[in-house]
Design a protein around this ligand. Sequence first.
Ligand code: 5GP
Length: 121
Amino acid sequence: MMSYDPSNIFARILRGELPCKKIAEDDHTLAFEDISPQMPVHILVIPKGNYVDWSDFASNASQEEHSAFTKMIGHVANLAGINDSGYRIISNIGNDGHQEVRHLHIHVLGGAAIGPMVSQR
Ligand code: 5GP
């Protein structure tokens, strides 16, 4: 597993070194707007702990962190008003997953029809 690099951009946001447009937070999780939205609604949900990927999170996060992370997805979908119209969650991991920021995150995308699940290669 790749080790966690504390200089990644989401770590800097969590430390308050960089601003973000916050949507919601709790003790374990932060949700904020993506700086380069791919859809009318594009929210990032991240654990506040230093986890690189799902393997790291599965091995090292507490039950409270797991449940907070999951609950935040439904919460921000409601806050953004996309629960009824629908949305997609995506989590890019590692090189094949094209993960640019190596702090575990979930994209919540909605506000318009997204199209088929995976684009043709
Ligand atoms: P990934 O490719 O790792 O799944 O997604 C990283 C996401 O982080 C991208 O959608 C990108 O637009 C977003 N992003 C990169 N830098 C910043 C930043 O400084 N602030 C915010 N809010 N989003 C960022």
